[in-house]
Every structure is written in C-alpha cells, then in structure tokens.
Design a protein around this ligand. Structure first.
Ligand SMILES: NC(=O)c1ccc[n+]([C@@H]2O[C@H](COP(=O)([O-])OP(=O)(O)OC[C@H]3O[C@@H](n4cnc5c(N)ncnc54)[C@H](OP(=O)(O)O)[C@@H]3O)[C@@H](O)[C@H]2O)c1
Length: 263
C-alpha cells in the first residue's frame, strides 16, 4: 500500500513509519522540514499534492490547526484519511466531518485496542452502578499540548450517553432515576469550598515525564470502589492501530468511520 504519513518526524509519527515500514508498505512522510528516518523519504508540505495523486491512504498525527488544512487537501484528492490528532474544537470537528463528504475519514482519539475495550467496560460499569460517583484521571508526558486528552473526552461522552439512557429508561418506566440534571458536568479539578453535585464527574489531568498515556475511571459508592485503568506502555500500540486503520480504510467510500469499525 502507498501510504503518506503526516507528522512523520513526531513522537507518534516515527513509530507509525516504523510499523508501516515493517509491514512492507511504501511510505512517504510529511514534516515541516525535510528529513529522513530509516530510509523513508520525508518531504515538506509542498510535496503533498503530488504524493496524494497515487496514495492509497494518509495517516495524520500532528496538531488540530495543521490537520484542518491537510484535511482540505486530502479530501480534494479523495484519499482515505486516518486522523489521530486530538484537541479539535467544534469548528475543527465540523470541518473534518465536511471532509468526510468527499473522502473516507476515520478519526479516533485513541488507536489502542485496549482503550476501545475500556470504553465498553466503562459503559457496562455505569449501567451496573447507576448510583455511584465517577471520577476520571488521565496522565500523559510533559510534551502533550491538549488537556484533557481526546481519550478522556471520549470516556466522558460514553458516561454522558449512559446517564442519558438511564434518565430515559427511568422516565419511561416511571422509576425515580438519580437526579443527574440534564447533562454531565465535567468538573476540571477542584479548589476551595464546593460540594460534589450529582451530575458532576471530576476530571483530573497530570502531565509529567514521558508517560505514554494512562486513563483511570473510578466508580465509588456503597462502601466500595471500582477502578478501571488503561495504560499504554509504548507508542507502538497507537502506531499499530493507526496502520490497521489505514489498511482497512483504503478503498472505502467517502464517509465517517471510527476505530470500532476496524476492530
Ligand atoms: N489517536 C491516538 O491514538 C493518539 C496517540 C498519540 C498521540 N495522539 C495525538 O497525535 C498528535 C501528535 O502527537 P505526538 O505526541 O506525536 O506529537 P509530536 O511529537 O509533537 O509530533 C507532532 C508532529 O506534528 C507536526 N506539526 C506540529 N505543528 C505543525 C504544523 N503547524 N504544521 C504541520 N505539522 C506540524 C510536527 O512536525 P515537526 O516535526 O516538523 O515539528 C510533528 O511531526 C497529538 O494531537 C496527540 O494528542 C493521538
């Protein structure tokens, strides 16, 4: 497969190039300055339109502002596009959705298979323990820009959806559901005098050293605590998932896909 890796010289991009190269793919990298890594050609942005002419897929792990610009070019060329970049605002996400009208776009906040399993386990935990308080803690290396992590936001979305389903089920059955309010309150850290609200999920972010990525969901109530933790031991796990996604996405019709589709 002919693959273009954008952000090829970054922490994750380097691992993606190594993984794809190990699988025998023909790789061109894009970075802000020309470089070469382990016999892979790394070009600057000017080369991208030419490379897209015969690429089977593109993988992008950069920063949201750069991805927004790349998305336009990749969509115009109609090349399947795997996006690992995190930290988009509403507008950035809407632009990616727009790109998916012209090409296949697969965006995931985490390409580790274990995180996909974590999301399912969190959903099951929230369903089984509807009365319990929930807190989320994530830890990443000191070079990470966005906070909370894209994965933490995805976990919060899962909790939000599970609570919404419980409210709907409570309303339809006539039971009194726990009063979580209309939507989940993402409480980023705490300071000063403040009692925990029913609809609150505390979100705690740590940035230190070279931690690859750790997410812990804590459910507590009824004199017990359940913790669900995922820890990435190496960036290779993200690289393997991103290359799996590119292999799966190549040749797919325009549209919006997620990593669960690949698994
Ligand atoms: N979805 C997942 O599973 C997953 C896993 C890990 C990381 N991520 C996300 O992937 C992204 C990259 O993470 P990382 O740790 O690899 O970061 P990194 O080491 O800082 O690498 C970022 C890459 O983006 C490039 N870049 C930065 N600003 C740019 C710009 N304005 N225009 C073009 N290229 C630009 C950098 O190019 P230069 O080398 O030229 O500076 C570098 O290659 C982050 O959003 C991170 O949260 C996602």
């Amino acid at each position: 497969m002919k693959l273009v890796v954008i952000g090829a010289t970054g922490r994750t991009g380097t691992e993606i190039v190594a993984e794809a190269s190990g699988r025998g793919h023909d790789i061109d990298g894009i970075a802000r300055s020309e470089d070469s890594i382990e016999d892979v050609r790394v070009h600057t942005n000017d080369a991208l339109p030419g490379l897209l002419e015969d690429a089977d897929a593109v993988i992008d792990f950069t920063v949201p502002d750069a991805t927004r610009e790349y998305a336009e070019l990749v969509a115009e060329a109609g090349v399947p596009y795997v996006v690992g970049t995190t930290g988009f605002d509403e507008r950035g996400l809407a632009e990616l959705r727009e790109a998916s009208e012209s090409t296949a776009v697969l965006k995931a906040s985490n390409f580790a298979k274990g995180v996909q399993a974590l999301l399912k386990v969190v959903e099951a935990g929230v369903e089984a323990l509807p009365e319990y308080d929930i807190e989320l803690t994530e830890t990443h290396h000191s070079g990470k820009r966005d906070a909370p992590s894209g994965t933490a936001n995805t976990v919060l979305d899962v909790i939000d959806e599970a609570w919404a389903a419980q409210r709907a089920a409570g309303e339809s059955s006539g039971d009194e559901p726990r009063d979580r309010g209309e939507e989940l309150d993402r409480t980023h850290g705490r300071e000063g005098e403040h009692l925990r609200e029913e609809n609150e999920v505390g979100v705690h972010v740590r940035r230190a050293g070279n931690v690859r990525g750790e997410h812990e969901v804590l459910l507590a109530g009824n004199d017990e605590v359940l913790t669900l933790t995922h820890r990435a031991e190496s960036r290779r796990v993200f690289a393997a998932g991103a290359v799996d996604a590119a292999e799966w996405l190549a040749g797919k019709d325009a549209g919006w896909y997620d990593f669960e589709d690949v698994l």
